[in-house]
Design a protein around this ligand. Structure first.
Ligand SMILES: NC(=O)C1=CN([C@@H]2O[C@H](COP(=O)(O)OP(=O)(O)OC[C@H]3O[C@@H](n4cnc5c(N)ncnc54)[C@H](O)[C@@H]3O)[C@@H](O)[C@H]2O)C=CC1
Ligand SMILES: O=C(O)[C@@H]1CCC=N1
Length: 279
């Protein structure tokens, strides 16, 4: 089975590296193209046997599964390029939420899926969100999930919830890194503790909390209850946090969704334009 990647930026190259290191795929099974060819070439240099190709059309010709690891506004152009070469038994996987299954199924006559990765997949952890089109068969779904399971927990979701689940799974690492940074910066500012030392402790705390909430079988309420000794220090700080953070995550989710709807609109207009320019 040959796997193609169009786009070798942050996420494309992360997925390629994670799959190779996890021994999910061998380098010789991988075909990569990127607008700046040097990025694909660098991967071929790092992983001997991997095929760096100059044209997206060559990815379409050589791959059974093609991951489209490009930004939403780059899709319409790439799809119009590869469309004439695709075969019905190929599986096309978009890794971005604002490109809808309907956009892809309208244009392409192959199996279509969306798979939203997370930076956590670099460490073979976190989820990959799987959203399937109407034409994809069971065999292709199984094939995709078997591959993703090497580096993540594949989780099937409905397209309507893609944005909010991506907020948690894919944007979440950035949000919680930001909050951790704020926590450490405040510790440095208020007490003069070394930043490096505080960051190591804070990062391990986050990892340990994640383990308690997953393998440890605890809920977020359990963790708070066990840590906040009645009448103690954590309880007082938690009461302050409850007041001071009211509504911030509602606001965050409204913000991501507003941007998402803007992107969907822009992508739809671009697909309509590509269709017109083909006639
Ligand atoms: N960064 C993240 O944590 C996550 C990103 N995503 C999605 O992944 C997609 C890619 O994101 P990143 O890798 O972070 O962006 P990026 O900007 O690092 O990578 C995009 C790559 O696509 C290449 N490219 C652009 N136009 C092209 C074309 N016509 N042909 C071939 N290559 C082309 C660019 O040269 C670049 O290397 C986005 O749509 C994003 O929504 C999804 C989940 C998580
Ligand atoms: O910021 C973005 O647009 C992408 C989507 C999920 C994570 N990063």
């Amino acid at each position: 089975m040959n796997i193609g990647f169009i786009g070798a930026g942050s996420m494309g190259s992360l997925l390629i590296e994670a799959f190779i290191i996890a021994e999910a795929i061998e380098p010789h099974q991988i075909y990569v193209s990127n607008r700046t060819y040097a990025k694909a070439e660098a991967l071929a240099y790092k992983f001997p046997g991997l095929h760096a190709l100059e044209h997206n059309t060559d990815i379409a010709l050589n791959s059974d599964i093609i991951f489209l690891c490009i930004k939403p506004h780059e899709f319409a152009k790439v799809i119009s390029e590869i469309k004439p070469l695709l075969r019905p038994n190929q599986l096309i996987v978009s890794i971005t939420s604002p490109v809808l299954l309907s956009h892809l199924e309208r244009e392409l006559n192959c199996h279509i899926a969306k798979m939203i990765p997370s930076i956590t997949n670099k460490m073979w952890s976190g989820a990959t969100l799987c959203i399937y089109g109407s034409r994809i068969d069971q065999e292709s779904q199984t094939k995709l999930e078997k591959l993703l399971a090497y580096i993540s927990e594949p989780i099937r979701i409905e397209e309507d919830f893609t944005r909010v689940v991506s907020d948690i799974s894919s944007c979440g690492p950035a949000f919680f890194s930001f909050l951790l940074q704020q926590f450490v910066d405040a510790a440095v500012e208020e007490t003069g503790i070394s930043r490096e030392g505080a960051m190591v402790i804070a990062s391990n705390m986050l990892l340990g909390t994640g383990l308690l909430l997953t393998e440890g079988g605890m809920t977020t309420e359990d963790v708070q209850k066990r840590v906040a000794v009645p009448g103690g220090i954590t309880a007082r700080a938690l009461a302050m946090l409850k007041t001071d953070t009211t509504g911030i995550f509602n606001n965050l989710i409204r913000t991501t969704h507003a941007k998402y709807y803007e992107d969907v609109e822009q992508v739809s207009a671009q697909f309509d334009k590509e269709e017109v320019s083909e006639q």
